[in-house]
Design a protein. Structure first.
Length: 79
């Protein structure tokens, strides 16, 4: 899935640093870097090992594993 540029421009971290940020729909290094700049942590939801490896390589601190049974937003297996 490609995120439209108009939506990307609308994604901003709040001025007050959140201690925990949960991301979806793409491994966003800019969000990871911004959160890490003030000591925040970023959790990323993933559907499979490829998404998990990409999220970690781009700076996510942890993973939320979405397994089978999660309706239309689901992985291909239960981990």
């Amino acid at each position: 899935m490609t995120i439209p540029d108009s939506l990307k421009r609308g994604l901003r971290l709040p001025a007050v640093g959140l201690p925990l940020i949960i991301t979806s729909l793409g491994a966003r290094e800019d969000i990871n870097d911004a959160a890490h700049s003030y000591g925040g942590i970023v959790m990323r939801d993933v559907m499979d090992q490829n998404f998990a490896q990409r999220a970690i390589s781009k700076g996510a601190d942890g993973l939320i594993v979405v397994a089978t049974g999660a309706r239309d937003h689901a992985g291909v297996q239960s981990w």
